[in-house]
Write a protein of this length. Structure first.
Ligand code: ZN
Ligand code: ZN
Length: 364
């Protein structure tokens, strides 16, 4: 069941005032994390209809009981016996005051969009402004607590893993061992597929674990996370198996330097692009700018990639309450790569780093 501390009525009220401002009579919310954020419903099948004064959660028989337990009194659970679109048609049919409805264009298939148009002919469908995403980017204290729990679980699992890493294990073994330990430490599920790479394969920014066996002198790159009550963590650590080679130390130190520069650029009201630029300028000065090809970070919360996004061309501005990753990396084809990823809360006075395990290069 959802924690009662969550501000569902407040979130719904803020969505309603945005609807009003945009001349919309209602919102149809279908993206699962948004449905959960607004109502507490965690099931896989449901749509939320937010009208001027009512909120309906349309769901099917499988979730009838769960839905009524999870949503608060402000939300009416509607059992969609004939399927969601037909039920929506029936419900909206009698509502002459509902003319313009916002929907999440990014999360609705072309087929569903067509069906909505055919079934609800009197409704004008418009893009829903990204109100819910904007609200979600600024975490409430109870959300931050759950992200911190997810961070702790992931860090504990990683520490547990370090003692079992041996030469001869494969990358797949490594990923499976880490997934197992994440579960043992209390993760509700993996927010994304664990990345475990070794040797020259660490130069693949998003490679998949292979059957390659670990050997002395390898760098190991592990990118992993936990979920707690719906909220994610996302951490990357790069360690050396045996004594690190000088070039491995140098690259690791440069990536750490880029990360410190990015962390220093984090402050409320500062452009998100500044954080990316800070990391990039550090690596450019070290002659490694062209080996850092991805953005420096992203928001985490109910989804592992959400706002604000920290990239070069980002137009977003940081705000107190954002929780973001800071993950510069350097990738040298044929040799190997280093990425270090921390989870960070944006506080009034700057970055508050949630990960505590420290990012100095560890030699196993
Ligand atoms: Zn990651
Ligand atoms: Zn990440």
């Amino acid at each position: 069941m959802s924690a009662p501390v969550e501000a569902f009525p407040d979130r719904l009220a803020r969505l309603r005032s945005d609807l009003l401002r945009n001349g919309l009579d209602a919102a149809l919310v279908t993206h699962r994390p948004n449905v959960r954020y607004l109502s507490g419903f965690t099931g896989s099948s449901g749509m939320l209809v937010v009208l001027g004064e009512e909120t309906w959660l349309l769901t099917d028989f499988r979730y009838e009981e769960q839905a009524s337990q999870e949503v608060g009194e402000a939300v009416e659970v509607v059992l969609a016996r004939d399927g969601l679109p037909a039920t929506l048609e029936k419900r909206l049919g009698g509502r002459l005051e509902v003319r313009k409805v916002g929907f999440e264009a990014e999360h609705v298939t072309v087929r569903d969009r067509r069906e909505l148009g055919e079934r609800c002919g009197s409704v004008v469908w418009e893009d829903l402004p990204p109100t819910v995403e904007r609200l979600r980017a600024v975490k409430e204290p109870s959300e931050l607590e759950r992200i911190e729990s997810a961070v702790r679980i992931a860090e504990q699992a990683f520490e547990d893993l370090l003692s079992v890493i041996r030469e001869g294990m494969s990358e797949r073994d490594l990923a499976a061992e880490l997934d197992y330990r994440l579960a043992l430490r209390g993760s509700d599920g993996a927010p994304f597929d664990t990345i475990a790479l070794s040797g020259e394969r660490t130069a693949l920014p998003h490679g998949q674990p292979s059957t390659r066996r670990l050997c002395e002198g390898d760098l190991l790159l592990l990118d992993f996370g936990a979920t707690r009550d719906g909220y994610c963590s996302d951490i990357t650590r790069t360690v050396a198996l045996g004594r690190a080679r000088p070039w491995q130390r140098q690259v690791h130190a440069q990536v750490l330097g880029a990360q410190s520069a990015a962390l220093e650029a984090i402050r409320p009201d500062r452009p998100a692009a500044d954080v990316d630029r800070a990391a990039r300028e550090h690596l450019e000065a070290a002659g490694l700018g062209d080996r850092f090809g991805h953005s420096v970070g992203h928001g985490i919360g109910l989804e592992v990639h959400e706002g604000p996004r920290l990239y070069r061309a980002s137009k977003e501005t940081l705000a107190a309450g954002n929780v973001v990753t800071v993950e510069p990396g350097v990738y040298l084809p044929g040799r190997g790569g280093v990425r270090i990823e921390e989870d960070v809360a944006v506080a009034a006075d700057g970055a508050r780093i949630l990960t505590t395990s420290g990012s100095a290069l560890r030699e196993l």
